[in-house]
Design a binder for this molecule. Structure first.
Ligand SMILES: Cc1cc2nc3c(=O)[nH]c(=O)nc-3n(C[C@H](O)[C@H](O)[C@H](O)COP(=O)(O)OP(=O)(O)OC[C@H]3O[C@@H](n4cnc5c(N)ncnc54)[C@H](O)[C@@H]3O)c2cc1C
Ligand code: FES
Ligand code: FES
Length: 499
């Protein structure tokens, strides 16, 4: 196979890359090949944020420039083709050698001690700074907190860093030259996809769904790559050789969100950030699930399609998508087929996906009047943690009785799975304590969870029952409780950190 060079902007300058394995991480390339050692390696699995960089892309019909944080340790270099990468070294260039307001604010607020985590925090704050400067907003404490949810610091403590996130807007502004960057990115744009090879390994980035399907059909052995937030760990932690990669991130049809036939259609290449934003516009009750799904850099890179296709029993999106009655759309050269999402999961990490198929989209029914929906995850940490249990509940109440209950859990079985006995115990019954008691007994029979490092089987059972009770308390017809009354974190919501 002939190879092309990978082309992108690095700190505003065009670069061409050849001669590296397609699974070379952006972090290693920056540090080893470019000697840009400001970006640090902590965990190499997307958890600590020491490697945070910002990636710029043109998006939408008007090709607007969008900047987002990602974890450089779990991004493969060819996936950056056509994009703009900014590292902490760029900030010095922006100011002609001085400190950028983000850095000055970190100094002023004593936001750094050993400094290992600092470049990562600075890049998360830089993204927030640019975003808010463009819109003229000033972020509140919660927004600053959320922007930093993917950055860990062992020694400074978070308060001074959060204070720096407010202070940076008090300093003389430093703007980003958006029009020049946009013109540079337009000049890099390819008409056809990237085909890159190194030794036995290859990387294809088709630009249309038809090309993607044709490639998939010719290379059923290849690994489909989306946001790389699962696959990056296969390479970094399991040292897996991946051979051929087919990247879906440049396929425009897969990056679309639309509404048709009473459903929200989310393309498989839509990032988790955008997918949850769209879901929460219709189902604001899912805001906490969105906030607690990984961290901003993981949500910016990772896709909803990747979460669904990976088929992990502890993935956070599947329970609520199943409870809402979503359908999955699969695509191949043979055509398209659609099936209920719950039927896609056959057994532990086994999916109803033929070798030549890819996930094209998920279709989520729009809310109907009276529908009550909730989904909560239980994990050891609030931010950026994998669920021990994730429960999702959807039902309508008519004349005080439960109609069409749909309940699904992750972390309770080998696949994300509906609670059939619990649903039967609820259907048509008054939504009261007696029905809840029957439903809790049925829930015991629905699942036989495992004990593992995240939780014991007993804990999982109790947590699942607790979530069902919480759903009851918030949705019962008599004296229903507000979300703030059942939310254990509500006490922290009111805490302010900035003066
Ligand atoms: C630090 C960290 C925190 C995380 N936290 C969470 C969390 O809170 N909740 C959670 O659920 N997950 C979490 N994850 C897991 C991961 O982010 C999600 O599963 C994510 O949605 C994967 O999407 P991706 O686009 O990165 O997939 P990739 O890593 O690119 O691919 C994942 C799998 O899906 C397949 N695939 C991807 N797209 C398609 C497609 N269109 N068609 C067919 N197959 C496809 C790939 O071949 C691969 O098998 C976390 C990961 C990290 C690193
Ligand atoms: S090194 Fe920890 S997130 Fe990348
Ligand atoms: S300053 Fe040392 S880890 Fe954050």
């Amino acid at each position: 196979m002939n190879t092309q060079a990978i082309r992108f902007l690095l700190n505003g300058e065009p670069v061409e890359v050849t001669g590296v394995a397609p699974t070379t991480s952006l972090l290693n390339w920056l540090r080893v090949h470019q000697r840009l050692t400001g970006t640090k390696e902590g965990c190499a699995e997307g958890d600590c944020g020491a490697c945070t960089v910002v990636v710029g892309e043109l998006e939408g019909e008007d090709d607007a420039l969008r900047l987002q944080t990602v974890n450089a340790c779990i991004q493969f270099v060819p996936a950056l083709d056509g994009k703009a990468v900014f590292t902490v070294e760029y900030l010095r260039r922006q100011t002609g050698g001085g400190l950028h307001p983000v850095q000055q604010a970190m100094v002023d607020c004593h936001g750094s001690q050993c400094g290992f985590c600092t470049p990562g925090f600075v890049m998360s704050l830089w993204e927030l700074y640019n975003d808010c400067s463009a819109s003229g907003d000033r972020p509140d404490d919660n927004r600053i907190r959320s922007a930093l949810a993917g950055n860990l610091c062992r020694c400074t403590g978070y308060r001074p860093i959060l204070e720096a996130g407010a202070r940076m807007f008090d300093l003389p502004a430093v703007g980003l030259d958006g029009p020049t960057l946009r013109a540079q990115l337009l000049a890099l744009r390819r008409r056809d996809g990237l085909a890159y090879a190194h030794g036995e390994n290859s990387f294809h980035a088709p630009r249309t769904l038809a090309d993607l399907a044709a490639l998939r059909s010719r290379h059923p052995e290849a690994t489909i790559l989306a946001g790389c937030t699962d696959i990056g760990l296969w390479v970094n932690k399991q040292f897996r050789e991946l051979g051929a990669l087919i990247y879906i991130g440049q396929v425009a049809e897969l990056r679309q969100i639309g509404e048709a036939g009473g459903a929200l259609r989310i393309g498989a290449g839509v990032s988790l950030s955008d997918a949850y934003a769209a879901l929460c516009r219709h189902y604001p009750e899912l805001g906490e699930l969105w906030d607690r799904f990984a961290s901003p850099p993981v949500r910016n890179a990772g896709t909803l399609g990747g979460n669904i296709a990976n088929g992990s029993p502890i993935g956070d999106s599947m329970p609520v998508l199943i409870a809402l009655g979503s359908r999955i759309v699969l695509h191949s050269v043979r055509g398209r087929r659609t099936l209920p999402l719950q039927d896609f999961y056959l057994d532990y990490m086994k999916r109803d996906l033929a070798a030549d198929e890819i996930v094209e989209a998920v279709e989520v029914p729009l809310p109907v009047p009276g529908l009550q929906v909730r989904s909560w995850k239980v994990s050891k940490r609030y931010d950026s943690d994998i669920s021990a249990v994730c429960g999702a509940f959807a039902l309508r109440i008519e004349d005080g009785r439960v109609r069409e209950p749909r309940i699904a859990f992750g972390g309770m079985a080998a696949t994300p799975k509906r609670a059939a006995r619990t649903e039967a115990a609820l259907d048509g019954r008054p939504w009261d304590e007696e029905t809840l008691a029957h439903a809790l007994l049925a829930l015991e029979l629905d699942y036989a969870p495992l004990t593992d490092m995240r939780a014991s089987a007993g804990y999982r059972r109790r947590a699942a029952g607790g979530l069902l009770r919480r759903f009851f308390l918030e949705t019962r017809p008599e004296v229903s409780l507000a979300a703030a009354q059942t939310r254990v974190f509500a006490a922290f919501d009111a805490c302010t950190v900035t003066p």
